[in-house]
Every structure is written in structure tokens, then in C-alpha cells.
Design a protein around this ligand. Structure first.
Ligand code: MG
Length: 415
């Protein structure tokens, strides 16, 4: 079998016009309503899918995160390295791509995202060629269903997750984390697992993060995610030594080389490579194996990912012994379910592991084409967006070099 071509499918994962997003009925009436005001996240997200065609009529599908509009160009650069090659020699082709981006940096999430999409498609091709699911190629199943967690920042949203049978949730944002967690814990009770993501604010010092982490100790969190900037590895050591709370990180790194220090120095209890940009199934399973040797759990990040990468995560988590839980923003956009065929089956807080050959998923190309890309940064630059506006708390949290500590630890004074 030989690779004959590579096609890309870039889409805007949201309403066709950015202005419509904030008032999009599907969005604000979603069961959780959890992100109804978060235009900065949903309004700028793109999903990039890739199809790898072969001369035997088998086509593989993958998804590339990292910076989708940039990666679409990167894939055009990588295509000549792949066309004419046997797609079943996945490790060899991964190494070929890795050397191919040497001049552009080999450990970042953008290059990692490009390799991810191709690698995912190669595993899909191999599974289809052998008429077996990808999880079978990875060693077979450890589990038949994968536990998921939802997102909730208020007690109301947390309760709606609980009512739908979801047994774990993550709240996010560095603003007022202790009161947020306390309110959610009080609402949902003891039988729901809670995590918090502080999103690695560059201004939060390890000493102040220790204070936050210690204050969160009584709530028995499953983890605190990115309590400080994930590049500050020594800071993670200080937090770890000073607070009795599991730590999680890894979403911003790619490949075994990017994740290596978090794992080898045992700075985290949970490693979170992103299924769409960490280097593909090939790298995800190696990262998980490295983590296993250090008794670190594996919980793939999927904050901005689309539904094809989710399928890849399901196959991985079906086969990996240390796979803990999968992030799932199930109701982030009504179009998520229409983007892929079939839609994954979720029951009582679990996703069923697919049984079809390969990844077992395809995109609806017409639906993708009907949602052309526009905007692709983490901040929405529209006049309607109040987020990050000058002088607001949001701007201070993410832009200011050093937020005033008195205001941070006394959020009632922030007006
Ligand atoms: Mg995160």
C-alpha cells in the first residue's frame, strides 16, 4: 500500500458568524449553560481534520490541534515526505516527519499537531487494512468504556452534570478558586470528583500557588491543574513539596521530549498530553508508558479539540492501564455532534469504546465545508467582547505581569 495524497478540512467550530456566537441559542440554552458568556473560548476555535488517501482505496482520518490554520500549511510542507510511502510503517513515518520539522523546532505543539493528524490517520489506515479497531493494535482492551469529566464553574452547572450521571467535573479559571470549589463541593456533595484548572497564570508565584493549594486541601480535589506556568518546573517542585494536593499538567507540551521532565522529575500526579497536538497516537502511548513507570496517571487534555481526536483518545484509553479519565466538553457547541459520523455514545458519565475497524469515525465533509474558518486566537478581538478589556479583572488575570496580591486573595475588593 502507498500513500497517494493528503487532504485537509479546516472548519470554524461555532456559529458561522462570530457576532452570532454570544447569542447563539444552541449555546446559551445548552444543558449546562456553562460557557454562555465565554465568547473568548468558543468564538475563535478552529478544528482541522486531515485525510490520508492510499492506492488501495483506504483513507485514514486524523485531527490536528496546536494552531489549526497554521498546521494546514505545515501539512502541505510535510506531504511530499509521505506520498509514495507505505502508511503501515507508522513509526518510521513519524520519525521522518520529526526530522522533517527539525529546522522549525521539534518539541512544540504546532509541529506536534501536524504530526498528530498524520499519525492518527496512519493508525486509522492500519486498523482498516487489518479490519480491527485501533485499540486492538495498541495491545487490546483494558476497559470497554472510558470515564469522562465535564466542565462546571457554578453550583448550578455542576448539579446539572450530576443529574445527567456525570461523576466528575472540572472548574476553571484562576479567579477566586477556593470559593468556587467550596460552593461546588457543597452543591454536589462527596460523591462527585472535582478538579480545578488554574491555567498556569504567568504572574502567580509558587509561594502564592502554595497558599491556594493548601486552602484547597480540605476539598479533596482529584487534582489542581497548571497551578503556575507549566514552564516553571522548579515551581512545581515547590508546590508539590508544600501542599497535599495532586498536581496535573502537560497540555501545552508535545512528544515524549516535551513531557519528559514533568514525568521523570515526578512533578505531577496526572500527565495531560493533548490528543490533538502531542504527536499522535504513537507519542501518546509512549508518554503513557513513561508515566506508568513513575506511577503517574494519564488523562488526555481535550479542551479545544474536536470529535475525531476524541475517538483517538477513546482507543488509547481503552488500551492503556494508567488511563484515568477523559476531558469532555460535551455541549460546547451543537455542531459537534453533526461534525462526525457516528457520534460517540455517552451513558452515565462514560463513553463507549468504539468497535469499528480503525478509529471508527468519519467527518461529514459537507457540514465541515459549511463552517469556514474565521479567527483563530485565544482572545476574541471584537468590540462586543468585554473579556480582556482594559482595566477589567480578566485583563489583570491574564495580561498583567503581576496581579495585586491583596486583590487576588480578597476577591471581594476587585471592583
Ligand atoms: Mg488545562
Amino acid at each position: 500500500m502507498k500513500i497517494t495524497g493528503i487532504r485537509t478540512f479546516l472548519m470554524h467550530a461555532g456559529a458561522p458568524e462570530p457576532k452570532k456566537w454570544a447569542s447563539d441559542a444552541t449555546w446559551s440554552n445548552s444543558p449546562t449553560g456553562g460557557r454562555a458568556t465565554n465568547t473568548a473560548f468558543g468564538g475563535t476555535r478552529n478544528w482541522l481534520f486531515v485525510k490520508v488517501d492510499t492506492d488501495e482505496g483506504i483513507t485514514g482520518i486524523g485531527e490536528c490541534s496546536g494552531w489549526p490554520r497554521v498546521i494546514e500549511t505545515a501539512l502541505k510542507d510535510l506531504a511530499p515526505l509521505l506520498v509514495g510511502e507505505d502508511p503501515t510503517h507508522i513509526e518510521r513515518l513519524w520519525q521522518r516527519m520529526h526530522v522533517g520539522i527539525m529546522g522549525h523546532g521539534m518539541t512544540g505543539t504546532v509541529g506536534g499537531g501536524a504530526m498528530t493528524g498524520i499519525d492518527m490517520a496512519l493508525w486509522d489506515i492500519k486498523g482498516k487494512a487489518l479490519n480491527t479497531p485501533v485499540w486492538n493494535l495498541l495491545g487490546g482492551k483494558v476497559r470497554n468504556k472510558v470515564r469522562i469529566y465535564g466542565h462546571a464553574n457554578t453550583p448550578e452547572v455542576a448539579l446539572s452534570l450530576k443529574q445527567r450521571g456525570i461523576t466528575a467535573l472540572k472548574c476553571g479559571g484562576v479567579s477566586d478558586p477556593v470559593r468556587k470549589v467550596a460552593a461546588i463541593r457543597e452543591a454536589v456533595g462527596a460523591d462527585m470528583d472535582i478538579m480545578i484548572d488554574l491555567h498556569g497564570p504567568p504572574w502567580l508565584t509558587p509561594a502564592d500557588a502554595v497558599r491556594v493549594a493548601r486552602a484547597l486541601e480540605p476539598y479533596e480535589l482529584e487534582w489542581i491543574e497548571d497551578p503556575i506556568a507549566p514552564e516553571n518546573l522548579e515551581g512545581y517542585r515547590r508546590i508539590r513539596d508544600a501542599a497535599h494536593v495532586p498536581l496535573a499538567s502537560g497540555e501545552r507540551m508535545a512528544t515524549i521530549f516535551g513531557e519528559r521532565e514533568l514525568i521523570e522529575r515526578e512533578l505531577v500526579d496526572v500527565i495531560q498530553p493533548d490528543t490533538g497536538r502531542a504527536g499522535g497516537i504513537t507519542q501518546m502511548r509512549k508518554i503513557a508508558a513513561m508515566a506508568e513507570a513513575h506511577h503517574i496517571m494519564f488523562a488526555p487534555h481535550s479542551g479545544s479539540l474536536g470529535p475525531v481526536a476524541e475517538y483517538a483518545a477513546l482507543h488509547l484509553m481503552a488500551a492503556l492501564s494508567n488511563a484515568l479519565i477523559l476531558e469532555r466538553i460535551e455541549d460546547d457547541w451543537g455542531g459537534r455532534a453533526k461534525t462526525v459520523i457516528p457520534h460517540p455514545v455517552q451513558t452515565d458519565g462514560f463513553l463507549k469504546v468504539p468497535d469499528a475497524p480503525g478509529l471508527g469515525v468519519d467527518i461529514d465533509e459537507a457540514f465541515v465545508a459549511a463552517h469556514p474558518s474565521h479567527g483563530n486566537s485565544s482572545i476574541q478581538a471584537t468590540r462586543e467582547s468585554k473579556s480582556y478589556a482594559e482595566g477589567t479583572f480578566d485583563e489583570n488575570v491574564y495580561v498583567q505581569t503581576r496581579l495585586g496580591r491583596k486583590r487576588y486573595f480578597n476577591p471581594g475588593d476587585r471592583s
